[in-house]
Design a protein around this ligand. Structure first.
Ligand code: MEZ
Length: 525
């Protein structure tokens, strides 16, 4: 490792002059198809039951989707312990936004979350929120960049809504107290992201998600929204006529189940990084086990793009305790270069994430990677170049989170390159929604990473922080409006009978119980 690190230092001066153009489209597609994990056939299998029967997804997710509920059909009383107009499940950015919006419209909201309010992937987003607000930019440009980045498989209506409502969503964030970085002249500071044709990322140093969540959490608490912490969802309830009517939560303290009757339900349960698909490390928090997907699937919701995942190109590969930790793309957007064992650059660092991840995997597979003592592979991210290109102290001032994380292991990123490898970061697909966030199951709304369609097959940096706000607000609004119009409905588990019938017909005998709630290396609850 030390020899090749020295090569990075030696080649820095010549590399900094190099100009790398973006790959021609066909070459880029071929790189992705050859090396991106989404195209590894043996990692996938076909679903045999449910709305996506015949579609394929990775084994880890397929097992959960075809899993059995922890709720025994005969064993549980469905007499409600609590009621709400709108039950929001998930205490990250999308859930908090949806809860605040529904509450502001007069709905009686109950917000239930697996861990504590704010324990979610939102706080791990570092580099920024993407929004077209500069005079030489436009939502149309934002749309085109995101559509190209998503391989033109984004749902056009959802994407259009995202980019058009982005500026208003960001204004809302600033109104409730989010502080974004400013230039000396007092204007909002914008930086570039991979696949973007304009700098359009607002940021709070490299703590952007944390700043958003800090503010949203304060608001939820100030509004005194009813909150149930340590209460993950384990099953949905339906009225037997195709409507969602509540959910069953599990109290992690006493292990009892709690039945909540609600006129509408908003699922904001986040992503699946902790499934460690294909053995990848992850940048996600401990609760990111995709709990919303199997329960919505069993209740009759359809998934879309369930076969595509984002492997963020720059996850830490060394030191071992940091494996998988996000090393923000923003470093590359201000000049940090990717360098292989020979001291050479091998890709334009501002290609979309799927292409950059594929190029890193190619370098490692073709013997130009660097091996760590624990057997991981990686390439170098030449961070010190950032200060050379942008002025001394840029790294310290703009990336205090990164500096602090590495300093715990005595690595000074202002002076030395770091070893990185792709890390499982985001689920591109998820539960199919309409423009109001409603799934195919009437009365079940979904927001944030649990949804699919907005980002196509590859999300651009900062579009998820925007999506949780735009679609969190939309789901909150639509769910509270619907709740105003309807009465409470019957609570049944009829959907489970139907799903199990389908499993029986397909000959599925599943050993898997889902949702999994925590990764299997965490003590079982
Ligand atoms: O949107 C993201 O995934 C993000 C901002 C990540 C990052 O590299 O900082």
């Amino acid at each position: 490792m030390e020899n090749s690190k020295e090569r990075v230092n030696k080649t820095r001066e010549t590399r900094r002059q190099e100009v790398w153009s973006l790959l021609p489209p066909l070459e880029k597609e071929s790189l992705i198809h050859q090396y991106h994990p989404d195209y590894k056939k043996e990692a996938y299998r076909t679903l045999r039951v449910g709305q996506n029967c015949g579609d394929s997804t990775v084994h880890e997710l397929a097992n959960l989707l075809e899993g059995r509920s922890p709720i025994g059909l005969e064993e549980i009383s469905l007499t409600p312990h609590a009621q709400a107009d709108v039950l929001v499940i998930g205490g990250g950015g999308a859930g908090a936004t949806a809860a605040l919006t529904a509450h502001s419209m007069g709905a009686d909201v109950l917000l239930a979350t697996k861990l504590r309010l704010g324990d979610a992937n939102t706080v791990m987003a570092e580099g920024g929120i993407q929004v077209a607000i500069s005079p030489d930019d436009s939502p149309v440009r934002h749309y085109l960049d995101s559509y190209r980045g998503g391989h033109m498989e984004n749902d056009p209506v959802l994407l259009r809504t995202l980019v058009e409502e982005g500026p208003e969503a960001v204004k809302w964030l600033m109104d409730i107290g989010v502080h974004f970085d400013m230039e000396q002249n007092g204007k909002l500071s914008l930086r570039a992201g991979g696949g973007g044709s304009k700098p359009r990322l607002l940021r709070c140093m490299d703590y952007t998600g944390l700043e958003l969540m800090r503010t949203l959490k304060d608001c939820v608490q100030n509004e005194k929204i009813r909150l149930l912490e340590y209460s993950p969802v384990v099953e949905l309830l339906t009225d037997g006529e195709g409507n969602c009517s509540g959910a069953i939560l599990k109290n992690l303290d006493n292990k009892n189940y709690m039945v909540v009757q609600a006129k509408t339900v908003i699922l904001a349960t986040g992503g699946i990084g902790r499934l460690h698909i294909q053995g990848f490390p992850t940048s996600n928090h401990y609760g990111a086990t995709g709990d919303g997907l199997p329960i919505a699937y069993r209740a009759g919701a359809k998934l879309t793009l369930q076969d595509t995942f984002q492997y963020h190109p720059t996850g830490a590969a060394y030191p071992e305790p940091m494996a998988g930790t996000l090393v923000t793309e923003a470093l590359r957007s201000v000049g940090a270069q990717l360098v292989n064992a020979k001291g050479e650059r091998f890709i334009n660092e501002m290609e979309t994430r799927d292409a950059v991840a594929a190029a890193i995997i190619r370098e490692c597979q073709q013997g130009r990677g660097i091996k760590t003592s624990s057997g991981r592979s990686g390439v170098w991210l030449d961070i010190p170049l950032v200060d050379i290109l942008n002025g001394a102290e840029t790294i310290a001032q703009r990336f205090p989170n990164m500096v602090r994380q590495y300093s715990r292991y005595k690595i000074d990123i202002r002076k030395e390159p770091v070893l990185i490898y792709p890390t499982l970061h985001y689920q591109n697909g998820g539960i199919k929604i309409n423009v109001n966030g409603e799934s195919d199951l009437h009365g079940l709304f979904v927001a944030g990473e649990a949804t699919g369609g907005i980002h196509g097959r590859n999300r651009l940096m900062g579009n998820s922080l925007l999506d949780i706000i735009v679609f969190g607000r939309r789901a909150g609004r639509a769910a509270s409006e619907r709740a105003r119009q309807i009465a409470v409905k019957e609570l049944t588990l009829k959907h489970l009978h139907v799903f199990y019938e389908g499993m029986k017909k397909a000959g599925i005998v599943s050993p898997c119980v889902s949702p999994m709630l925590f990764p299997d290396y965490v003590e079982k609850t």
